[in-house]
Design a protein around this ligand. Structure first.
Ligand code: ADP
Ligand code: MG
Length: 474
């Protein structure tokens, strides 16, 4: 029988089909066409670069066996990649199978197709070169100049500054910034993007929230534009993804983000991520993504101290063109401690009060305006306080609570302490675990689930939780 590209590929497919799931076969192999066979070089046509990368990453072994079986040891495979608008790159990628597992890539400039989001992108032509202009979606109010530096954010801020000078060129890739709400993640993320644009205006910077990314991906999937979606993101120089934790539980989005991440990282592009949890504390995200989040620098923004809070208030005051007495500022900075958004909110409500009632901003007015906020905001509950209270309640010692003992009553007290620490403090799971007997985050998570379960099913246990809750919040 004469060996043609089609017959050889057919034979390979038979073999591959027997070795992978029907669904994968359908998705990844069905769309491939064999186009050429010359000597022992088989050229197959794949619908996009993404296909090529996906095949390389997941199926190269099986393709290799299939080819060796049907064409012999010195078989070679060439991918021909179909471009958008049915253009074709001629043998953009050559894969020499026998020599190594790793693809030997002869890359010709691949034209990036556009994923067009209404209103935000307009292609513009430069002779001989197709380029795309992308609206960075950056908020010009969130600059470095008005991002006050303090102990709480120093590391994140300075890493951001360095990245802005050399995006993709520092070891902070990705930069992973995490904190609880209102502490400046979004502000800092924009500031980095703006600074990059200021220094190197030709860089393509894009800010996107993970929520929006998910929506775009869903839409792209619906309209069969996944490849365009992916290619669009793969041509960004500095990609800023805000609130990445939103990806939790979303398998398809994780998959596509994984490929975008890899592509950008491999090509020396900068990735900046923000999250309300540290990488290890993010739930329901594939391990391979979590491990990538940790590749660069993960840094936490903490609650600002008094001096920083005061400096932030002073800056906002100047920005709004109002004047407040030292006394008033100090009062606000002393009493509003949880986060910066709340700090700004308090300042705004004081200004509103004064304007509506045509009153001067006195300490008395401020005390009155903020009294609600302050009495409602829980007193600072620390993990130490929780441990003491729980130990007191169950009459066990702190040492026992923090020991490795598996005695039932101690385990129960320990799990409750973890549960309340999660509920009443901003500490991460790892930090809670560390403080309560040097446990890991998984133990804390398990404790919280156990308490939730027992609370539902065990009356006596429920009464413990209720009583401790009362003590903690009174
Ligand atoms: P997050 O994204 O962490 O929830 P944001 O970045 O939205 O927090 O910040 C909340 C508000 O606090 C924003 O208005 C931001 O400008 C302000 N803010 C945060 N950090 C600082 C800072 N270091 N200096 C000045 N303003 C800040
Ligand atoms: Mg934010």
């Amino acid at each position: 029988m004469i060996k043609t590209a089609i017959s050889i590929w057919e034979a390979c497919l038979q073999y591959i089909k027997d070795n992978i799931s029907e669904k994968s076969y359908f998705t990844w192999f069905q769309p491939i066409k064999a186009v050429k066979l010359q000597d022992k070089i088989l050229t197959i046509q794949v619908p996009s670069k993404f296909y090529y990368e996906y095949l390389e990453e997941n199926y190269i072994k099986i393709i290799k066996s299939a080819l060796t079986k049907n064409l012999g040891k010195d078989a070679k495979l060439v991918y021909s990649i179909m471009m958008e608008k049915n253009q074709q790159t001629d043998a953009s990628f050559t894969v020499n199978i026998p020599s190594s597992q790793k693809a030997q890539i002869k890359l010709q400039e691949v034209e990036a197709p556009l994923f067009i989001e209404r209103g935000s992108i307009s292609p513009f032509a430069v002779p001989g070169l197709q380029k795309v202009k992308i609206d960075s979606q950056l908020n010009t109010n969130y600059t470095f100049e008005n991002f006050i530096e303090g102990d709480s954010n120093r590391l994140a801020r300075s890493a951001g500054k360095q990245i802005a000078k050399r995006p993709g060129g520092t070891s902070f890739n990705p930069l992973f910034i995490y904190s609880s709400v209102g502490l400046g993640k979004t502000h800092l993320a924009h500031a980095i993007g703006l600074e990059v644009k200021k220094i190197q205006s030709e860089k393509t910077v894009l800010y996107v929230s993970m929520e929006k990314f998910c929506q775009q991906f869903q839409e792209a999937t619906k309209s069969n534009n996944r490849n365009d979606f992916m290619h669009f993101y793969q041509m960004i120089d500095v990609l800023i993804v805000d609130d990445i934790h939103f990806i939790s539980g979303k398998k398809g989005t994780q998959e596509v983000f994984f490929h975008i991440f890899n592509h950008l990282h491999q090509n020396g592009k900068q990735i900046i991520l923000t999250s309300d949890k540290s990488p290890v504390d993010i739930q329901d995200v594939e391990q391979r993504l979590i491990s990538r989040f940790k590749w660069g620098l993960s840094t936490e923004i903490q609650i600002p101290d008094y001096t920083t809070r005061l400096a932030i208030l002073q800056q906002k005051m100047e920005f709004d063109g109002i004047e407040l007495s030292e006394e008033v500022l100090e009062y606000i900075a002393k009493n509003i401690k949880t986060n910066i958004r709340e700090l700004e909110g308090s300042l705004n409500s004081i200004i509103a009060q004064a304007t509506f009632n045509k009153k001067e901003i006195t300490l008395e007015l401020v005390e009155k305006t903020l009294s609600n906020l302050i009495t409602n905001s829980k007193k600072d509950i620390t993990i130490e306080y929780i441990q003491n209270l729980v130990c007191d309640y169950f009459k066990v010692s702190i040492d026992a609570l923090q020991s490795k003992t598996r005695k039932r009553d101690i385990v129960q007290a320990r799990q409750l302490a973890m549960y309340f620490a999660k509920k009443y403090t901003n500490a991460s799971l790892s930090s809670i675990g560390f403080q309560i007997g040097k446990r890991d985050h998984a133990t804390v998570l398990h404790a919280c689930k156990t308490v939730d379960n027992l609370f539902e099913t065990n009356k006596l246990f429920k009464s413990y939780v209720d009583e401790l809750n009362k003590k903690l919040t009174s």
